[in-house]
Design a protein around this ligand. Structure first.
Ligand code: PEP
Ligand code: MG
Length: 753
């Protein structure tokens, strides 16, 4: 059964569309269990129907036509209860219904399993037997497992099928839900980026010239053949005959008509070489995947490997910078900071990814650039949207593909509102961030996630509150030396002088592993990260601190910040190394000064150590991104738990209050540099608590300034007190939203005026 399950899942994943995926399911499941009928009903939530969407055993003409009212019959019961129902004599069950339109005859044995994705029942997988039959435990487990395994594939296929139909018959436009990652509305054309040599992630695309594309494909085949020859001649002395035979098999496949002619045919039919190759390989692997013989099934993975090799050569061509549409919506399963940086900024209208969440580093980057973004849009069929018109609603995390004219018109209006808002906010650029009762809250900039000689937000900010130093470490193939690092830090210190610049020491690990510094960890966010790495490698830490101190000579606007501190020993060790770097540089004749040193409060342990930490440092900076993740035990990058990730959770608010009051005892200032600081809703809370300064991405500076200039500190304290009565984050958010709306500032956090 397990083997049958594995194969069905694989076949469904390779299916062309919804229809094929469901046809595979019903045929294979019926056969594996030996039932009379296997069908899939999918829920149509708009019309409140269960629609017969596939069947092996019922009349073919009924598929797509027969609709049961939601909640009726045994299908309705499975859907309602969201659990499997196994009946040996369904005929005598009060909810039994026989629908003659389907050609079904009366039945007794019934097994229905709900297909559930994210707590939502998408449909029901049903088995029926004319005679009485009790499906045994193994069969029930098989069907239940299959239904749950297939939920994602069905959602994906369903959505892509819907997309295709959307264009044909203009059924009402639905949006694809995701997570709000960066506010704003973006309209443009989808440009899909995908990881190199990932065949499944290759999009369909119209080739520029068919003959050129075919030549390109043939060149790639020749290159793979040459690679194989080279590799075979290098390794023949130490490979067995069986392994060597694999090379011959690959050569044969490379020359086979099905691969060569099949792909060329698809190029001629209008797909570019990588897309055509993806389709050909998928077709081949489907055949092998369906074979009973385990050895032959393994050949499917050989074919996939061969496909990847060809793709690698196809992708070796240089990327044409002009392929970015004028209004590019950058789309991908996962999008990296480098892929974002590659798009000319004036062309980047939006970012959409199927994975990740707003609190991942790419979400932070989008916000700091002021680019509307939705992440975790898991239903988006990435490979099928290249070149399509797309709308991103970054306020609500919604994406529309090929929108209807009505949706487009509405969003054009909202985009105009956004432009007007931006213009209005620009007028605040040179005004102080001061409350109506005269309290100043310096607003600093978070920068360093992408390389730019003049980051956005220079004019609007009071300096840099968080300079992330990971980038030069991430984009190279070895650690950058002291001189290279110094040049980097000098640039930012000079750019902002005399305003302060807070440089954070290296915070790699977690979701920022170094390619040349391999770490295999099952829980990277709980592992070797930030100061834990640099203290274990004092040579890396010392080189960085030396570079930072030297960069500040003559400017004296530097502050140093230590990430991920969770023990006093870590802090003391780090301080000792900083003093050592300082003293050594003085001995070497550099006019360096000891800068103010602060710690990030981003691990719950640090909250409870606030007194001991505050005593030893000059300032504290709260990293709410990690603090929230660690306090709530919610991975900040995982869209499945993104709804639980909540900076307004009462536990986070209480931790923040504890930090501020602990710091006050020692007269230390507290800044917040996590994303919470850039959220207009959070300002009431942070101001009310007495946080001294805020640091945020460039895109948030003026929105936050707008809120600060509209409220008094006294009112912020009152609002804080009200939120402290709330027992969950959603209530806090509602309360803050009401407050913002009552001030006429709702447009800062939602689309429209
Ligand atoms: C944080 O954790 O809040 C923070 C600012 O650091 P980073 O997002 O770089 O982990
Ligand atoms: Mg952090």
């Amino acid at each position: 059964m397990l083997e049958a399950l594995r194969r069905i899942v694989q076949e469904v994943n390779n299916a062309r569309d919804l229809e094929q995926a469901l046809a595979i399911i019903v045929q294979r499941v019926k056969l594996a269990v030996g039932a009379d009928v296997c069908s899939v009903y999918l829920n149509d939530f708009d019309k409140r129907h269960h629609v017969l969407q596939a069947s092996d055993g019922l009349r073919a003409a009924a598929v797509g036509r027969v609709r049961l009212e939601m909640g009726r019959g045994l299908i309705g019961l499975v859907s309602e209860r969201a659990e499997p129902i196994n009946l040996d004599d369904a005929f005598n069950h009060p909810r039994y219904q026989c629908i003659t339109d389907t050609g079904e005859t009366s039945y007794h044995g019934f097994l229905g399993a709900p297909i559930i994705q994210n707590r939502k029942v998408l449909g029901v997988l049903v088995l029926r037997q004319r005679d009485k039959r009790h499906f045994d435990d193994a069969e029930v487990t098989f069907v239940v497992t299959l239904a749950s395994q297939l939920a994602g594939a069905i959602t994906f296929a369903r959505t892509s099928g819907e997309l295709a139909r959307l264009q044909d018959d203009g059924i009402p436009q639905r949006f694809l839900p995701g997570l709000a990652a960066s506010p704003g509305v973006g309209l443009g054309q989808a440009v899909v980026v995908y990881p190199p040599a990932d065949l499944d992630a290759v999009p369909d695309r119209v080739p520029e010239g068919v003959e050129g594309e075919i030549d390109h494909f043939r060149e790639a085949l020749d290159q793979v053949a040459a690679d194989l020859d080279r590799f075979a001649s290098h390794t023949h002395s130490h490979l067995g005959a069986e392994d060597m035979a694999l090379f011959d098999a690959w050569r044969l496949m490379l020359e086979s008509d099905t691969l060569v002619d099949g792909t060329i045919g698809r190029i001629r039919a209008g797909n570019w070489a990588p897309g055509a190759l993806r389709e050909t390989i998928a077709e081949h692997t489907r055949v092998f995947d369906a074979m009973d013989d385990a050895y032959l099934r393994e050949r499917a993975s050989d074919i996939r490997d061969l496909g990847r090799c060809i793709l690698m050569h196809l992708q070796n061509r240089t990327v044409d910078p002009l392929r970015y549409a004028e209004q590019t919506i950058l789309v991908g399963e996962e999008i990296s900071a480098l892929q974002i940086a590659e798009v000319p900024r004036e062309r980047l209208a939006g970012i959409v990814s199927t994975k990740g969440s707003g609190s991942s580093h790419v979400g932070i980057l989008a916000r700091s650039m002021g680019i509307p973004a939705a992440m975790g849009v898991s239903d988006l069929p990435v490979s099928r949207v290249e070149g399509r018109e797309m709308i991103v609603d970054g306020y609500r995390g919604r994406v529309y593909v090929s929108p209807t004219p009505a949706v487009r018109t509405e969003y054009l209006r909202l985009a105009e509102d956004d432009v007007a808002l931006t213009k209005e906010l620009k007028a605040l650029c040179h005004l102080p961030a001061e409350t109506t009762d005269g309290y100043q809250v310096p607003l600093y900039l978070n920068t360093g996630l992408v390389s730019e000689s003049r980051p956005l937000g220079i004019e609007e900010s009071a300096g840099v509150g968080l300079y992330r130093t990971e980038l030069p470490f991430l984009v190279r193939d070895s650690f950058p030396g002291e001189a290279a690092q110094m040049a980097n830090y000098r640039q930012v210190l000079e750019l902002f002088a005399p305003r302060p610049v807070t440089i954070r020491t290296l915070d790699i690990g977690g979701d920022k592993p170094l390619p040349y510094f391999p770490m295999q960890e099952s829980n990277p966010f709980l592992g070797w990260r930030g100061v834990r790495i640099t203290l274990d490698h004092p040579e890396i830490f010392l080189a960085q601190v030396r570079a930072i101190l030297r960069a500040a000579v003559g400017l004296d606007n530097l502050q140093l910040l230590l990430p991920m501190i969770s023990t006093i020993t870590e802090l003391e060790d780090a301080l000792q190394l900083i003093h050592r770097a300082h003293d050594e540089l003085r001995e070497e004749g550099y006019q360096v000064h000891m800068p103010p040193v602060g710690v990030m409060i981003e691990v719950p342990a640090a909250v409870y150590l606030i007194d001991s930490l505050a005593r030893r440092v000059d300032f504290l900076s709260v990293g709410t991104n990690d603090l929230t993740q660690y306090l709530l035990a919610v991975d900040r990058n995982n869209p499945h738990v993104a709804e639980l990730y909540d900076e307004f959770h009462p536990a986070v608010l209480r931790a923040l209050m504890q930090i501020v009051s602990g710091a006050r005892v020692h007269g230390r200032e507290v800044s917040v540099c996590g994303e919470m600081a850039g959220d207009p809703l959070a300002i009431f809370l942070l101001l009310g608590m007495g946080v001294h300064s805020l640091s945020m991405g460039a895109g948030s500076l003026l929105r936050v300034k707008r809120v600060i200039r509209s409220i008094s500190r006294a009112r912020a304290r009152e609002v804080l007190q009200m939120t402290l009565q709330c027992e969950d984050g959603a209530s806090v958010r509602r309360l803050l939203l009401d407050e913002l709306e009552s001030m006429g500032l709702g447009a800062l956090v939602r689309p429209g005026r």
